[in-house]
Design a protein around this ligand. Sequence first.
Ligand code: AMP
Length: 188
Amino acid sequence: MTGAAGGPVRAFLGLGSNLGDRARYLAKAVDRLGGPALRITRCSRVYESPPWGRPDQPPFLNQVLEARTTLSPHALLARCREVEHDLGRVRAERWGPRTIDVDILLYGDLVIQTPGLTVPHAEMRRRAFVLVPLHEIAPALRLSTGESVEALLAALPDRDAVRPAPGDGAPGAGGAGGSRSAPREGVR
Ligand code: AMP
């Protein structure tokens, strides 16, 4: 699968972790996702967000990646699943804690509605932990529906609950992992 001009397609991926060494799981996922068919071109900072779906679980770290890919949407999904599996994710309960979650948020302007894959991601419009990092790396982005990420984000009451993780570029924050203080371009 290639873009309209025959080149790679721009896709956005959302990462989340709320078990174990969360920052390390995110970093490992970025490392393992990247490759010749999936070039990661930009990474947001790492954000911390309250648990979603079920409140009785630890907070999440989240990050959004921009990539250029020659993989088809389903091959990209398979790649995401493979990385989750490699990093020890066990699919137990819906919305339960996980070492790593990798979702396809957007795949070019494509709209996909199949039983196993929905793009744009079905929940992304109402998830501040997706829209805050997405807006950081693509502030002018519009979905194929015409909705701007900026307007979607502005409509979310809980957007302030998503904050840069300690040590990841938060002004005045200390701690480990401060190397991702700005959107990184050309990662691999
Ligand atoms: P989750 O537990 O959030 O990782 O959801 C996993 C399931 O959602 C998988 O079985 C996928 O087939 C399905 N799914 C549907 N749309 C997407 C998408 N855009 N990105 C990732 N998983 C998706």
